[in-house]
Ligand binder design. Sequence first.
Ligand code: PLP
Length: 402
Amino acid sequence: PSWFDQARFIPADAIFALTAQYQANPFPQKVNLGQGTYRDADGKPWVLPSVRQAREALLEQGLQHEYLPILGLKQFRDQTAELVLGSELYKEQENKIATCQSLSGTGALHLAGLLLKAVHTELPKVYIPEPTWSNHYQVFQSLGFKCEPFKYYDPETKSLDIDSYYSMLRTAEPNSVVILHACAHNPTGFDPTKEQWREIAQIMKARQLFPLFDSAYLGFNSGNLDEDAFAIRLFMGEFNMEAGVCVSFAKNMGLYGERVGCFLVATNDEQVTVRTQSMLEMLQRSEVSNPPGFGAKIASEVLGNDALRKQWYQDMVTMSDRIRSMRETLYKGLISFGAPGSWDHLIQQSGMFGFLGLSSDVVVKLRGLLIVAPRSIVDNKADSDIARRETSYLHGGQFSYL
Ligand code: PLP
């Protein structure tokens, strides 16, 4: 017998498995429409000029590799909180915000889960928009939370279903957690309008629902970070609500593999914040001891240096403009090739994802035609099963732009 006889076989993560298949495929004109990572016009990963310059500056200053404190680089945590809240709101609320550097956005969500678990004997329910980033369920269910999907997107009209969104909030169990995509909703690209956000905040406040913002695309969505932080600032500022924000610098700084993120919690009491901060320190210590230093130092250099920060704002415009023009090109291409049906939803969406709204069958067929050597997917049962699982997982046609 083995200690691990009880281990179940868990199929590979759908998106990473799809990327591995893509990489293994020799077809010269292949296009990766799966994983959400930005590419330049040559299909290559893009090191942002601001990040490149920050890296050079760090090396010049004499980079060392000592441990960071348990909570991470203090300067980076403060800069992140100020960035997300904006200087004015940050000044007002600084003492009510606990922060902890995290292993990118995923790590921030996990820390949020650990904290919410540690401060409640009865675990709150976690409401998750459907469809969403696939890892939300794993992060919260692995910590023992009961997760419940709610509909915010209508596959028939291929648009935001705001009535369903409101009605879930009006009937949700009080004292539950609601995951909110701060902007550029993964994978549909449909965000509430400013007025709709206001209504959402109003209902959530009245019903004592805790907003947990997943903020993986600040500045990457519109090219304007302040615009993309609207909902977070609305909840924390105008509505003066307690909230959590899981910040990732993976996309907006292109620091995917460096795992640069931060978890912010706004409470309504300075003393509560002091205690919450100490709990985050304890939770982080038992998970990772200290977060990684290199990426946080790069981000801090970018945020703290006026010239680099200006360059970074320009870099975000470069990325978001390119994504928008790819969106337009695809839209026009589909129309000029006479693809049946309406494709208006493609240009109504924003952010990294273009949610085509195709059925799983169509996606499998397209993969067979365009990406995988045509017959392998049709002839090989196992392959086709994997493809079906992946595409249904992707809700029939998520893709990010290259
Ligand atoms: N949340 C959303 C909505 C995402 O799309 C992603 C990445 O794709 C993440 C969180 C986490 O990303 P990371 O852990 O790389 O910061």
